[in-house]
Design a protein around this ligand. Sequence first.
Ligand SMILES: *[C@@H]1O[C@H](CO)[C@@H](O)[C@H](O)[C@H]1NC(C)=O
Ligand SMILES: *[C@@H]1O[C@H](CO)[C@@H](O)[C@H](O)[C@H]1NC(C)=O
Length: 131
Amino acid sequence: MASPRISLLLLVLTLYICTGQSKTISTDNIDVRITNKIASSTIDVACSEEGDIIVNPNTSHDWIVWNSSSKYYCEAIWTVTNHFASIVAYSRRFTGLKIVFWEAREDGWYVSRDGKSGWKKEAEWESEIVN
Ligand SMILES: *[C@@H]1O[C@H](CO)[C@@H](O)[C@H](O)[C@H]1NC(C)=O
Ligand SMILES: *[C@@H]1O[C@H](CO)[C@@H](O)[C@H](O)[C@H]1NC(C)=O
């Protein structure tokens, strides 16, 4: 049996390793905030370098742009209808912003530079997968 002190040390080390960021530290740290405005459904969002995230109605998910010179894509599924959409969540057109605000609405995907005004539709929901 490990002494309590060693157990504590191991616990702290494990927490440190599990919560530590494995990605390289970037100075960019731009947030892409995706808000689900579809009241009746979750959306399932997968963005570059990150697995699927379920975003509940009226909630947001933030992820960080590690390289502001890169383009980042997100694919989304409107869970209840199975409609899907894809957006260029971040590209250099958003240079200078700390947060890029995206909203998933029933009639499509909107982006705003301040999260309050100037919402612009950027993508439609699509209902068939074309191969
Ligand atoms: C989401 O917000 C809208 C507007 O504030 C509200 O009408 C709706 O009931 C909310 N839906 C949920 C699931 O919280
Ligand atoms: C950032 O992205 C640009 C453009 O894709 C690339 O040329 C550059 O190497 C990237 N920087 C890092 C640190 O990955």
